[in-house]
Design a protein around this ligand. Structure first.
Ligand code: GDD
Length: 396
């Protein structure tokens, strides 16, 4: 793969926020011994470097009642050496969709000779393991794991950790283009190959997010992302005194982290998870509030933002869904200790304008799940040891 070299980095305390890098070439050819002429402007990441990182990476796929054909396409796009971890919150009563997902995954793994894990979010053993570890934030009143994509992601991180993976990445299950899924993983590996810190994150920016209305239109920015980017940048600009547009991936559902970073971040429930990751990094390592983790601060946190070649085509869920999404997303910025009263006011006005908040309505405060580092992972690991094989789709 060839991607643009890093041209510009903004620093916020011990956080290095790298400006957007574009993918130039999906396949950069054989390794060559002769010096490359484009070396200053372009990174060539060799196939074996990418493959090596893929072998250490788990890809977490959250799924809730998606079309099986889409799920099948997504798993077919995940490079062979990555461990697939599917976390499902699909219905089991009227129709056992989880069973169908499991069968689809098992058939895929049988024919491709690879291993994968699949777990249902409401699995009682998991809930018991989490309770044992003191991870009450993950559980609801009934004692099972709460609903939400972010809760699914945290389960995925835990399973990746149990499988001793160094990197954990996320890919939504409603993607229409398997080739795009493949590219996301290559991008994650390319980003990590450039990282100098063991605390790194790679966030994907889609080249286009097409809309069909009535013809295909290659829209660049998602409606929610545009707004979220603006307010996160406003927050950074206010603190540094220099206006910035550095953040272009505030809502990146497709993103990846080194396990070291994944362990120390808190996670916001539901769809606020991606902007909250950035907010938590800025709060914990921006040098304004107390430092969240000394070791990470010493190494620095590195954020890569890389733009795909493939467009992103996924299930369109309409205006209501967007309104439901934007409220928790902006509330994590609003409630950040870094947010000043002027930005808070602008956020409230934007939410009212978007009809996501009533004029007199109260901004809901985000529900935060504590970092994995703060719970008894050892307790979870020993409890889960005997149950773990039941999540593998192929018998060992
Ligand atoms: N395990 C699990 N549990 N998965 C879930 C749940 C849940 O409760 N709810 C949704 N999912 C899965 C969906 O099946 C899908 O694969 C993925 O999570 C994203 O959910 P969508 O409902 O499709 O979200 P979206 O497409 O509107 O938004 C996505 O893109 C945004 C950026 O534009 C999400 O990834 C957002 O988090 C992201 O900000």
């Amino acid at each position: 793969m060839r991607i643009e070299s890093l041209r510009y980095t903004e620093r916020f305390g011990s956080v290095r926020i790298n400006d957007l890098q574009k993918v130039l070439e999906l396949d950069s050819g054989r390794k060559s011994e002769t010096p490359r002429k484009e070396e200053i402007a372009v990174h060539k990441i060799e196939d074996e470097v990418i493959k090596d990182i893929e072998g250490k990476m788990a890809i977490v796929i959250p799924i809730k009642d998606e079309k099986l054909k889409l799920f099948e396409g997504v798993i077919s796009g995940i490079p062979h050496d990555c461990l697939i971890i599917v976390v499902s919150n699909s219905q089991r009563k009227r129709m056992d969709r989880f069973r169908m997902e499991r069968d689809t995954l098992a058939q895929f793994c049988r024919f491709t000779q690879r291993q994968a894990l699949i777990v249902h979010q409401k699995d009682p053993q998991l809930a018991q393991g989490l309770a044992q570890a003191g991870y009450a934030d993950m559980l609801d009143k009934k004692g099972v794991v709460r609903n939400g994509k972010s809760e699914g992601m945290v389960l995925g991180i835990l399973l990746a950790m149990l499988n001793k993976k160094e990197y954990v990445a996320f890919i939504d299950s409603d993607n229409y283009i398997p080739g795009a899924v493949w590219e996301y993983v290559k991008i994650y590996a390319a980003g990590f190959s450039l990282a100098q810190s063991p605390y790194a994150m790679v966030r994907v920016l889609w080249h286009y997010k097409p809309k069909i209305s009535p013809e295909m239109y290659f829209r660049k920015w998602g409606r929610v992302s545009e707004i979220t980017n603006r307010y996160i940048n406003a927050l950074l600009s206010d603190k540094t005194g220099f206006e910035t547009e550095i953040i272009k991936t505030a809502n990146a559902g497709e993103h990846a982290m080194t396990m070291k970073l994944a362990e120390i971040l808190p996670y916001a429930s539901g769809f606020a998870v991606e902007p909250q990751e950035l907010i938590s990094i800025f709060e914990g390592f921006g040098g304004i509030l107390p430092t969240a983790n000394q070791a990470a601060a010493k190494h620095g946190i590195e954020i890569f933002q890389i733009e795909t070649r493939n467009p992103h085509l996924h299930e369109e869920r309409g205006g209501m869904h967007l309104r439901r999404m934007i409220l928790p997303v902006l509330s994590v910025i609003h409630y950040s200790a870094l947010c000043n009263s002027e930005i808070k006011q602008q956020i409230s006005e934007k939410l009212i304008e978007q009809r996501a908040l009533q004029p007199e309505g109260e901004m809901p405060s985000p529900y935060l799940i504590s970092p994995l580092k703060t719970v008894d992972i050892q307790g979870f690991t020993s409890f889960m040891k005997e149950h773990l094989p039941t999540y593998s789709v192929l018998e060992e």
